[in-house]
Design a binder for this molecule. Sequence first.
Ligand code: TXA
Ligand code: MG
Length: 334
Amino acid sequence: METKIFSEGQIDDAVKLLAAGELVAFPTETVYGLGAIATNEKSVKGVYAAKGRPSDNPLIVTVSDAEMMARYAKEVPERAKKLIKHFWPGPLTLLLFVKPDSLPSAVTGGLDTVAFRCPDDKLTHDLIAKLGYPIVGPSANTSTKPSPTTAQHVYHDLKGKIAGIIDGGETRVGLESTIIDLSVKTPIVLRPGEITPEELSAVLGEKVLINTGKVSDQDVPKAPGMKYRHYAPAAPVMVVDDAKDFAQINFDKTTGVMALDAELAKISAPEENKFSLGQDLTDADHNLFSGLRYFDDKKDIKQIFVQGFSGSEETLAYMNRLNKAAAGHHYQVN
Ligand code: TXA
Ligand code: MG
């Protein structure tokens, strides 16, 4: 199958493909998503196949506005209304009870809840509004690989497997949306993102819990995606929690390093094996997945060292993704 690249003026062509049951990747402010019309079970199954995704890992339902969401939610609680008013369109996904029989079970993985997201992206808003139906939207990467922050990343992973990609340029945030579960007594953040628990708590006027991410294989996981290996390039990744420790490491042509400019400047390593995360944490969020992909394509790299951050809630999203990419491995000085 030829994978077409669409630009701003070609949204109608992409709408036609989705309406015909084809798969089209779309831009959002977080990462690129892999779209299929959410009401067509066969199309939804095609998304799992294209990504190589385990079928018990449910998909986000991407809507153009809260009215579209209400067609598929059992009810829209007051908490959801408050969050929507404040954060939508934006990088916040809401977990609500699904309206029975409104969506194929391939979307929800057979759960009684469904994740709703309304991205802040004009092209994707127009795409869904013109289609008139929501689209499923997992990140548009091959399962286990880092999420795509450019149309080129999507093409790299899914060319020949999907009908098209809408090119909206580089995504703004670079890490996936915050997911908050509103189907439970106390709201809980299942996946950290740009919108922090503190901000959610301030808008809700109540306590918000944070999932610790410790999901054992025996448990039925709350966000099923969290139990899988994720975001991982071919070479093993090591988190360097204290940037001073970079000085202890012997870098050579088999090692890659990802750090902020200020740290990178102090490191002596082959230039092509250094990847800049930028100037600050916001830049690092934006660049993390690109960097992991950069080294994934360099076959002589056998180990990647990546700067870690700590100290505030703003670091949660970055460290959550990095820890998964590193499978929990942190550099320790001997
Ligand atoms: O920013 C984002 O959210 C991106 C863009 C493309 O919108 N999408 C995204 O989708 O990250 P995905 O499928 O890669 O991650 C969604 C996560 C998965 O870990 C999945 O297990 C979880 O949400 N999820 C989806 N439906 C759920 C449900 N009903 N209950 C619990 N977790 C759910
Ligand atoms: Mg994903």
